[in-house]
Write a protein that binds this ligand. Structure first.
Ligand SMILES: [Zn+2]
Length: 540
């Protein structure tokens, strides 16, 4: 049994960080052409009754009264209205709706063409300065210009007035200069129109943004706020090896117009769906969430399962239904194990979608993508059954719903905080579901990753960019989870388990860094972990 597990798990996730594509030359910043009439978003229609006039008005801040800001034009929900998001959260998670008053609110509408290769949209963002200092600029990522596509932005406005903008870093960043500094607690409405061309070949960062084989994978397809933290604005482009997003928890209202024959999987929950001629109009609410993702295809079939208050949806090609069903079984077990060990899964929906991504899997809030190559349960990759890959990938990506989505981190500069911990969580899954032999097998796969770079004692706490070639996989996916287990041994397993549970109480929907992680761990073990972190984590 042990040997079987060792052999079958040994090669796990070899592909996860090893298949980056040749860099694509930066795309030009498109001139401000109006969206094609074929994909012009239809004007939003009212999606809810007008706000209840008897409901409590928003409390004006000293700096800027909400009532002075332009009203939403894309949705009838008010900027502060959290009710649309209630359906997406389990009962015990719903109090968060009253606890993130400064979270960005995205109102996003877009229409996709029949070929699923271009879209045009409008965005309004209700932005609050949550920092301790005035801000004189705001930055948005234009990720399609990094990921092999092409994004153009026009008609950028601040509180309805034309804004001063500049494109930076090969058109991957939009800088907006504020007319007056935005004081802490102050709010502005930023609006813009955008067009996006979707690549038809898998581009960089594992082909996460592409339409291939009639499957549209829309990663980071809209202008997305950058994060400001104690180091300033984070606008540096992501490495090709890792994840590209570092984002604050936000609220998304999204209205998508798609061809009528496609099935869409997204972050959040669907509030409305109606058909007009050969188009369908879909309204979604997602939040708190760090991103909004969509995958869509006319080839998708859906199988579902309910776990507690959460519906699991597995989208795959019709001929791969066995794989889609296996994914449901694995995800249900992972949600139960992680819900017990860490914190309840907060959303009422978790979607797992199969796409042609070149990674084994990629995580997003409330949804993740597995590569469709591993859905044929009769197949294998270099002798390792697809079923093994499908289970371990599903478990790893499910773990990111806790390590990345619920507790966020800077995925570019401290990737160990989500990847190494997701690997450790995968080990816990094998331990809890199958026992120590299976867990040992997975553990040896982690050792093997580190072995492949000769067990180099390279710190795990560095940015993605600092790990050339196989080092990223060997250190972040191999040595990293070995450190977490060493940490658990050092603290004592009971103290460590308590620490992880408290981690999700202390930092839920926030962003944690290495020092925050260490400090909370030290509180739980009543010990000084500096020496241990110097041996494994710190650069010096
Ligand atoms: Zn991962």
């Amino acid at each position: 049994m042990k040997r079987t597990w060792f052999l079958t798990i040994l090669l796990l996730i070899l592909l996860a960080a090893c298949q980056s594509q040749t860099a694509v030359a930066p795309t030009p910043f498109p001139t401000a052409a109006p969206p094609s009439p074929a994909i012009q978003p239809t004007l939003p229609k009212p999606t809810t009754p007008p706000p209840d006039p008897t409901s409590e008005p928003a409390t004006p801040t000293p700096e800027t009264a909400v009532s002075l800001l332009p009203a939403p034009t894309l949705f009838t929900y008010g900027w502060d209205d959290r009710e649309p998001f209630r359906a997406g959260l389990i009962a015990s998670a719903q109090p968060i709706l009253d606890q993130l008053p400064g979270a960005p609110v995205y109102h996003l509408i877009f229409a996709v063409d029949d070929a699923l290769t271009s879209l045009a949209g409008q965005l309004e963002v209700y932005y609050t300065n949550q920092e301790k200092q005035p801000l004189d600029r705001v930055y948005f990522h234009l990720f399609p210009n990094l990921l092999g596509g092409e994004m153009g932005v026009e008609n950028v406005r601040l509180n309805g007035e034309t804004a001063v903008t500049a494109a930076q870093l090969n058109q991957t960043i939009l800088e907006i200069t504020l007319a007056d500094p935005l004081l802490p607690g102050g709010q502005i409405i930023i609006s813009m129109d955008f067009t996006t061309q979707i690549p038809t070949e898998s581009g960089r960062n594992y082909g996460i943004f592409a339409t291939v084989d009639e499957i549209m994978a829309l990663s980071h397809f809209y202008p997305m706020l950058a994060v400001f933290d104690d180091e300033g604005w984070h606008i540096a482009p992501a490495s090709e090896s890792g994840d590209v997003v570092y984002a604050d928890s936000s609220f998304f209202l999204v209205r998508a117009t798609l061809p009528a024959d496609v099935t869409a999987a997204t972050s959040g929950v669907r509030l409305e769906r109606d058909f007009v001629d050969d188009r369908q109009h879909l309204v979604y609410a997602a939040g708190p969430a760090r991103d909004f993702y969509m995958a869509a295809s006319s080839r998708y079939e859906l199988v579902s399962q309910t776990v507690g208050e959460t519906t699991l949806n597995s989208f795959a090609l019709a001929e791969l239904e066995d794989g889609a069903t296996a994914v449901l079984d694995t995800a249900a077990a992972a949600l139960e194990i992680y819900g017990r060990r860490f914190a309840p899964y907060p959303y009422t929906e978790l979607d797992i979608v199969s796409t042609p991504t070149l990674a084994l899997g990629v995580e997003y809030p409330g949804i993740f993508a597995n590569t469709l190559n591993i859905y044929n349960l009769n197949g294998d990759i270099r002798g390792t059954p697809n079923a093994i890959y499908l289970e371990s990938t599903t478990v790893h990506e499910a773990a990111h719903q806790w390590f990345y989505s619920l507790v966020g981190n800077d995925q570019l500069n401290e990737p160990w905080l989500d990847e190494s911990l997701a690997q450790y969580a995968t080990w816990l899954y094998y331990l809890d579901r199958y026992g120590s032999d299976a867990a040992d097998g997975f553990y040896q796969s982690l050792e093997s990753r580190w072995d492949r770079i000769d067990r180099a004692e390279i710190p795990i706490g560095q940015p993605v960019d600092a790990y050339p070639g196989a080092e990223y996989s060997g250190i972040i996916y191999g040595r990293g989870p070995l450190f977490v287990r060493e940490l658990a041994d050092s603290m004592g397993q009971t103290a460590f388990d308590d620490f992880l549970r408290d981690y999700f109480v202390a930092f839920q929907w926030q962003i944690v860094d290495t020092e925050g992680f260490k400090s909370l761990a030290e509180q739980h073990c009543d010990c000084d972990l500096t020496d241990l972190f110097q041996r494994w984590v710190y650069t010096q």
